[in-house]
Design a protein around this ligand. Structure first.
Ligand SMILES: [Zn+2]
Length: 183
């Protein structure tokens, strides 16, 4: 949940536009921790208005708005503070991201885009970000036994070969075709 110094200051529900706008703000005189060096108690220099897409609230498109503080750090100078509810430079809130990534393995991205009311190109960008990050962080040092098998999609055509960690029952590599490893 939202932690101090952040508060919800206004909620506007527009039935005709099927839109919910939630406005957040921090208490006057609040001090923030520098996102770069961790220096606590940094004063607010000025603020930048920003908006984020939230999960739809029933049939309403939901948006969060806040003035994001730029803080004056003794070590680093003027820095934009990271707000606790969103990944930097990302218009989806973390909660929406988690929700979308939960749906990804079980349904087509086009269907998710209809559910959350967002363009699928935008969703693909989000998915690629998380897949790339997960691949970068993956560690195969403890894989002892792999199984290699092909499977086909669309009734016997379009072969896909899977390389599976047999102990964890987890796919660790996949490529199109069934003849040779693209190594
Ligand atoms: Zn700093």
């Amino acid at each position: 949940m939202l932690a101090p110094p952040w508060n919800v200051v206004e909620c506007q529900l527009d039935i005709n536009q099927t839109r919910l706008d939630i406005h957040l703000d921090f208490s006057g005189g609040s001090r923030f921790t520098c996102p770069d060096c961790g220096q606590a108690n940094s004063a607010v220099h000025d603020t930048v208005p920003k908006s984020w897409r939230h999960l739809n609230f029933f049939q309403h498109d939901a948006f969060i708005h806040a003035r994001v503080p730029r803080i004056k750090c003794n070590n680093c100078g003027i820095r934009v503070d990271h707000v606790p509810w969103a990944r930097e430079d990302c218009k989806f809130m973390l909660l929406s991201e988690a929700y979308i990534m939960l749906l990804v393995p079980s349904m087509p991205v086009k269907r998710i885009s209809e559910l959350v009311g967002e363009h699928d190109t935008r969703l693909w960008r989000l998915i690629q970000h998380h897949v790339k990050k997960a691949r970068y962080e993956a560690d195969y040092a403890n894989v002892k036994q792999v199984g290699i098998d092909e499977t086909s999609s669309k009734r016997g055509h379009n072969y896909v070969t899977l390389v599976v960690d047999l102990e964890e029952s987890k796919t660790i590599f996949a490529f199109e075709g069934k003849e040779t490893l693209p190594l």
